[in-house]
Write a protein that binds this ligand. Structure first.
Ligand SMILES: NC(=O)C1=CN([C@@H]2O[C@H](COP(=O)(O)OP(=O)(O)OC[C@H]3O[C@@H](n4cnc5c(N)ncnc54)[C@H](OP(=O)(O)O)[C@@H]3O)[C@@H](O)[C@H]2O)C=CC1
Ligand SMILES: Nc1nc(O)c(N)c(N[C@@H]2O[C@H](COP(=O)(O)O)[C@@H](O)[C@H]2O)n1
Length: 288
């Protein structure tokens, strides 16, 4: 077995050895996963270039997790800062007819700040054009799906939405609900994450979602930890001293969901090293 096969096998075991069978008809199965430094940062200061925390091997694990999950969710902050691709290009068989798949990108973006020139859209449009023109080898390309974006009904630009819809981007409009249990650091404009998840399941038939970040999205899930089934954290073996904290600033009690009085702890934990990185895996449990 090569390293990729070993990591894939390991990931299969994480999901199949879960201590409980995930069986919630309302929501997809959620894996919260990100990479942080030893001092708890997921990136450098805002508006600085993306910080590579994962080593070669743990980045391969991230691509295997993307391959394993049907969808990948990030906040618009990450799109704007990193311009990510969110694909599985490091896996054997990518764009070569192999048995790998790109996850469906899902973006939380109340005000529809999604840039028209970002890689998520550019990659999709190039893929679609090659398929339509049947360019040589087109049948071996790994499918790229247009993003699904969630916006707030009172905050998004409808003209921009029309442009994106013409590019096959799915725009889901959520009503403003000030009583939701989400990230209240966000001027009350956060999208209701339970609604987002239930739409992904009921409208798009998405059964598994990998939540990749950034900090505000991680925070939203941790304060609503009953929505998470697996947590997988890569720790890069270095300090940076300053930057964007994985979980942000102090969490106020009012932010926590009704089902929990604190942030979760992990049970069924496993830890191991991949290259020089430390991987921590567990299932969140809530104290009520
Ligand atoms: N090391 C790692 O593994 C990773 C690191 N990162 C890093 O994270 C940083 C970005 O983090 P951050 O700035 O916090 O941005 P996020 O990617 O977390 O996006 C946050 C934005 O998403 C929108 N949003 C809408 N609804 C919600 C909701 N319910 N909960 C949370 N956000 C919501 C809000 O914008 P609006 O009000 O406009 O809707 C909010 O400002 C980047 O520097 C990136 O490099 C990102 C992913 C992984
Ligand atoms: N697993 C992991 N390790 C790191 O060191 C990272 N910086 C990230 N970042 C996440 O990956 C996205 C970039 O993805 P692409 O390489 O463009 O496919 C970035 O936006 C973060 O979500 N992840």
């Amino acid at each position: 077995m090569n390293q990729e096969e070993k990591i894939k096998q390991f990931i299969e075991n994480i999901y199949s050895n879960s201590q409980y069978n995930f069986n919630d008809s309302r929501y997809p199965e959620v894996t919260l996963t990100y990479a942080q430094t030893l001092d708890g940062f997921i990136s450098g200061k805002p508006n600085t270039p993306p910080l590579l925390i994962s080593g070669k091997e743990s980045m391969l694990m991230t691509h295997c997790l993307r391959n394993k999950n049907e969808a990948i969710m990030i906040g618009i902050g990450t799109v704007l800062n990193d311009n990510p691709q969110l694909n599985v290009r490091q896996l054997t068989g990518f764009n070569n007819g192999g048995n790998v798949h790109n996850p469906q990108p899902v973006i939380l973006d109340s005000k529809l700040r999604f840039p028209l020139d970002c890689k998520l859209l550019k990659n999709y449009r190039e893929y679609k054009s090659k398929i339509e023109q049947k360019v040589e080898g087109y049948e071996k390309l790994t499918e790229i799906k247009p993003p699904i974006i969630f916006v707030n009904e009172n905050q998004y630009d409808k003209t921009k939405a029309e442009i994106l819809i013409n590019y096959n981007v799915e725009i889901n409009i959520l009503k403003n609900d000030n009583n939701n249990n989400n990230n209240n650091n966000n001027n009350g404009s956060s999208l209701d994450i339970t609604k987002v998840l239930s739409i992904l399941k009921s409208k798009y038939n998405i059964h598994s979602v990998m939540v990749e970040g950034g900090a505000q999205v991680i925070r939203t899930f941790l304060v609503n930890a009953s929505l998470i089934q697996h947590i997988i954290i890569t720790i890069g073996p270095f300090f940076i001293g300053n930057g964007v904290k994985a979980v942000g600033d102090t969490i106020e009690k009012s932010e926590l969901s009704e089902t929990s009085e604190s942030l979760p702890r992990l049970e069924n934990t496993q830890s191991f090293t991949l290259g020089q990185d430390i991987i921590i895996i567990g299932q969140p449990v809530l104290s009520s």
